[in-house]
Ligand binder design. Structure first.
Ligand SMILES: NC(=O)c1ccc[n+]([C@@H]2O[C@H](COP(=O)([O-])OP(=O)(O)OC[C@H]3O[C@@H](n4cnc5c(N)ncnc54)[C@H](O)[C@@H]3O)[C@@H](O)[C@H]2O)c1
Length: 242
């Protein structure tokens, strides 16, 4: 295949779907992966109908056998976007150990499995983009998510060192509040509370994150690795003391 191939996880909706569209606009063939088969198939069909070079696969990023078989079937793999994740809110006292493990299994181990299988076929100049979250810095009432996203940042930095000499670049995006089903799963009160803390008083759009991902995914972005790009309406600047 002449086109560069990008694999996007969690591509059935939200940020993953916007990223798929953006990478199609940038000339990639996009391999869409999502656990949730129905929206994935519908959205992939719409993109195909519009002339997009896409294929879709309903698998879990935690299923190593399925991931390995899919990656082995691709003609080439230039970009991996590790975007799929799960999220839920909850006070620390109420966090249940099984839920904590489940979140870590998808948000960290899933990304690790994807990357470890991807690098078996990736060549010099390939790029991996992990979608972390601004939440890795801190936040109320979602300690398992914060832990998993700090894990995504750690994975990015660790992989960046290990893969640098092979010419595989690994970077991460840390989104702030983005208007997707994940954000809409919060109560309206919690949504308003979080928006009020944004310096911009705005919730970001999936396309804002897709643009950042496209920067790291671009073949023109050379010699950049181990970086975390925070796209959060200025929230991570901290609290103004004036
Ligand atoms: N929306 C936000 O406010 C926000 C903020 C910071 C970071 N993020 C991060 O951005 C990324 C995308 O978030 P979103 O808001 O688009 O979420 P979303 O919930 O709308 O989409 C996530 C997608 O991942 C898929 N998925 C979940 N588990 C999977 C698995 N095991 N295998 C394959 N696919 C799986 C889901 O089916 C879903 O389609 C996530 O990593 C999320 O943590 C989102």
């Amino acid at each position: 295949m002449n086109k560069e191939v990008a694999l996007v996880t969690g591509a059935g909706r939200g940020i993953g779907l916007a990223t798929t569209q953006r990478l199609l606009d940038d000339g990639f063939h996009v391999v869409m992966v999502d656990l949730n088969a129905e929206p994935l198939a519908t959205n992939a069909a719409a993109l195909l109908e519009a002339g997009g070079s896409v294929e879709h696969h309903a698998i879990s990023i935690t299923d190593r056998a399925a991931v390995s078989a899919l990656i082995a079937s691709l003609p080439r793999l230039d970009v991996l976007v590790n975007n799929a994740a799960v999220f839920w809110d909850g006070k620390f006292d109420d966090v249940c150990e099984d839920d904590f493990k489940k979140m870590y299994e998808v948000n960290v181990i899933g990304a690790f499995v994807m990357a470890q299988e991807a690098i078996k076929v990736m060549k010099r100049g390939a790029r991996i983009v992990n979608v972390a979250s601004r939440a890795y810095l801190a936040g109320y009432a979602h300690s398992p998510y914060i832990t998993s996203k700090a894990g995504a940042v750690g994975l990015t930095r660790g992989m960046a060192f290990d893969l640098a000499e092979r010419g595989i670049f690994v970077n991460a995006i840390a989104p702030g509040l983005i208007e997707t089903d994940m954000f809409r799963s919060l109560t309206p009160e919690r949504q308003q509370e979080l928006i009020a803390k944004q310096p911009t008083k705005e919730v970001g759009q999936p396309e804002d994150i897709a643009n950042g991902i496209a920067f790291f995914a671009s073949p023109r972005t050379r010699n950049v690795t181990g970086q975390i790009l925070t796209l959060d309406g200025g929230r991570s600047m901290g609290i103004s003391i004036y």
